[in-house]
Design a protein. Sequence first.
Length: 201
Amino acid sequence: MAIYRQVHTAFWEDDKVVEEMTPEDKYFFLYLLTNPHTTQIGIYPITKKKISFDLGYSIESANALISRFESHHKLIKYNIETREIAIINWGKYNFNRGGKPVEDCVKKELKEVKDQELITLVASKIENKRIKDLYINFLNPPAKEEDIPDGGNSDNEQNYDTLENTNDTLDDTYNATYNDTCNDTSTTRTTIRGQEEEEEE
């Protein structure tokens, strides 16, 4: 359970929000994006009774809003049996940055999802390739070594080797830049004419 969730400012400029949503729709959608049950992966368990209680609506109103967001707006998918909801466009705005803590959290939360079709829906809209791969590989895990005939490499293994090499290079570049920045003890000041002065601390 998260302490806070970010709502991208583009929410208020989205054509669907501006032209198609009623004030009640906007309120409901903000609730779906920010309620205490939300997860890092955009899929979480929540009952219709809980939704109606939190928003002060009747169960019938909550049902109507869920149905409207599924069939008309096509922004969510609700599984009645598992009582899980998926925000289909979650990955479009929430995975701009990754990193190991985010990836570990995503892996952990994917294991808790009961309806794997919801994972497929959310994964289809994720733009961050590395995070999208976590979803895809969760649904289709790479083959184990004993499953690969004649000791050959699987396609997934080759893709992972390439991805790992790329990530190692990026990590080395980041660490070198970070260390250079941290070890620099000079302070840069700008004069009135825009000239820079350096002063050792």
